[in-house]
Design a protein around this ligand. Structure first.
Ligand SMILES: *[C@@H]1O[C@H](CO)[C@@H](O)[C@H](O)[C@H]1NC(C)=O
Length: 320
């Protein structure tokens, strides 16, 4: 009786071992399946992203051709390459909508949008597709050590360095000196632009400058002109007016050829608040600046700042 009881127990044990072993094999097999389908999904996603890029490019080529036809009648104006760094926050779409619709009133613009993100986002992609503008869409992620924290004051870090440099790189690898007649303008997505500022910059030979409203604690910052010569002799600026070029990013535009012939770029090593000044020093002396906007007496661009909205809830399925 005892013997057969033992025997039975052993059989149950053996069965339990077999069962456990089999279960482990099945689990491993399942895990392998899951892993390979994750791999599959990832490669499908890559292919999808690739097709999205292709589609975007094709759409852009179409817009480009349409504009080329229009431009012939626009009287040989130089192309304005407007460089806009942008990053995700609740007001991003609103800001980009506003400035893209301003740009629709400018016949000779090529918009270079550079996202601060790992990949291009659908939000920006869709906005560009709807804009009807000639756009080059790039992305360049700001390294983590330079990212602005929510509570940091805005001046605490260099902003847009990575993105503006990506745009400069694109210009230098896609355009040619003396062939592409153009002007480069750094057009942040949170400012307000009068269409006239683009008419002014079309006159630029080397570097043109003009006043910028609502900046540096003043109603406007502006170059000060010498009455006799009409050249820039100094600056009215809320902060360090003795900088070689105390000019806001929105207050100047540069001839494309000067950009293409140089290797000038922005850098985290530049002193805070000196990005514009150091960048301009690559190209020109103060006396050579070309004062525009009726000898710097008109304001055509403002540093408006959208208040950060309070968002406590999100409606699913709505891209805002
Ligand atoms: C700007 O100033 C220059 C020299 O001071 C003068 O010749 C020119 O007419 C002015 N232009 C405008 C648009 O006021």
């Amino acid at each position: 009786m005892e013997r057969s009881g033992n025997h039975c127990e052993m059989r149950i044990k053996r069965f339990a071992y077999w069962f456990t072993g089999l279960a482990i094999v099945v689990i491993i097999w399942k895990l392998c399946l899951i892993e390979s389908s994750v791999d599959n999904l990832q490669s499908i996603r890559k292919i999808l992203d690739f097709h999205k890029d292709q589609l975007e490019l094709t759409q852009q080529q179409l817009v480009f051709l349409e504009n080329l036809a229009k431009k012939k009648s626009a009287g040989g104006l130089p192309t304005i390459y407007a460089v806009t760094p942008t990053y995700w926050r609740h007001v991003q779409k609103a800001e980009l909508t506003r400035i893209s619709q301003t740009l629709r009133l400018v016949p000779n613009v090529h918009w270079i949008v550079v996202e601060d993100s790992e990949t291009k986002t659908d939000l920006v992609r869709n906005l560009i597709a709807e804009s009807g503008l000639v756009v080059t869409h790039l992305h360049a992620k700001t390294p983590p050590f330079e990212q602005l924290k929510d509570k940091d004051p805005r001046w605490k870090r260099h902003r847009g360095v990575e993105q503006r440099n990506a745009a400069l790189k694109w210009l230098r690898s896609n355009l040619q000196v003396n062939k592409n007649n153009g002007i480069v303008y750094f057009m942040d997505d949170d400012n307000t632009y009068n269409v006239k500022v683009f008419e002014e910059m079309a006159k630029v030979k080397k570097v043109g400058v003009w006043p910028v409203g609502l900046v540096g604690g003043l109603n406007a910052e502006t170059p000060i002109l010498d009455e006799k010569s009409g050249k820039v002799k100094g600056y009215k600026s809320g902060w360090k007016a003795d900088r070689p070029f105390a000019i806001d990013m929105a207050g100047f535009a540069i001839n494309l050829d000067l950009i293409l012939k140089s290797e000038a770029s922005f850098s985290y090593k530049m002193e805070k608040g000196y990005q514009e000044s150091e960048f301009l020093s690559y190209f020109i002396k103060k006396e050579e600046l070309e004062p525009l906007a009726d000898n710097c007496t008109k304001v055509y661009v403002w540093h408006t700042r959208t208040e950060k909205p309070v968002v406590n809830g999100v409606v699913p399925g709505l891209e805002v």
